[in-house]
Design a protein. Structure first.
Length: 232
């Protein structure tokens, strides 16, 4: 759904059309360029049924405001007690997008039931979407939030990642976003590292070593990865 009175800037419209053409996509535009309405219009073009937004806790209510402004839909905010969160998930439908914070969406004993419930709500339905705002938050691939997101992504037909900084600490941090968007193409972290980077074995004592990622194998590898990111 989209309010006909709302108009995007030309570059936002172009970006939304590009995002909607892909099976899954990422938007790495700079701050204050309007990634949120761009993403919402891409979802409109994809004609998705239901969508889930996962974002920082500080952005939950701003997302709800933007959804109301641009689409006219009243979003459900998954917050409060676990019972209240579960109730919001059961109310989630095509006219009520669901917004969850990263803090609530993680693989822990407390939150696991919520993650499983979200998965069950849509696993037998089609054309659903998941949006990660500040998607670089899953860069630590073994943390609880990343594991929960990697678990449910298969239930969604369309995945969209939004962030200004896809690799805030190291360039190889971007693997987590690629793995989220295209889990079969970027299935293995170390295969990705070996393809683009040099690796050293660093001695850490007690006759043990650990792998340390150094730098791109070559300028060609760096350019190839940049070209790949420009396509998603």
């Amino acid at each position: 759904m989209w309010k006909s009175c709302n108009t995007l800037r030309e570059y936002q419209l172009e970006d939304a059309i590009k995002l909607a053409r892909l099976n899954s996509a990422a938007c790495f535009n700079q701050q204050r360029t309007g990634k949120t309405p761009t993403a919402l219009y891409a979802l409109h073009l994809k004609a998705v049924n239901r969508y889930l937004v996962i974002c920082p806790a500080s952005m939950v209510y701003p997302w709800a405001t933007e959804i109301k402004k641009w689409t006219g839909l009243d979003a459900l905010i998954c917050s409060g007690t676990i019972k209240h969160k579960q109730k919001q998930v059961t109310l989630w439908d095509t006219t009520h997008p669901l917004i969850v914070s990263y803090d609530s969406f993680k693989s822990t004993k407390v939150s696991e039931g919520l993650v499983d419930l979200i998965f069950k709500q849509i696993k037998h339905t089609n054309n659903n979407a998941i949006v990660l705002d500040e998607a670089h938050r899953i860069r630590k691939r073994t943390n609880k939030q990343a594991q929960a997101i990697f678990k449910v992504r298969f239930a969604f037909d369309y995945k969209l990642a939004l962030t200004v900084t896809p690799a805030p600490s190291h360039t190889h941090d971007v693997w987590a976003i690629l793995h989220f968007l295209y889990p079969y193409t970027f299935a293995s972290y170390w295969s990705f590292i070996e393809q683009y980077y040099t690796i050293s074995d660093v001695y850490i004592g007690m006759n043990k070593t650990k792998k340390e990622i150094d730098h791109f194998k070559s300028k060609a590898c760096e350019l190839k990865l940049q070209e790949l990111l420009n396509l998603i």
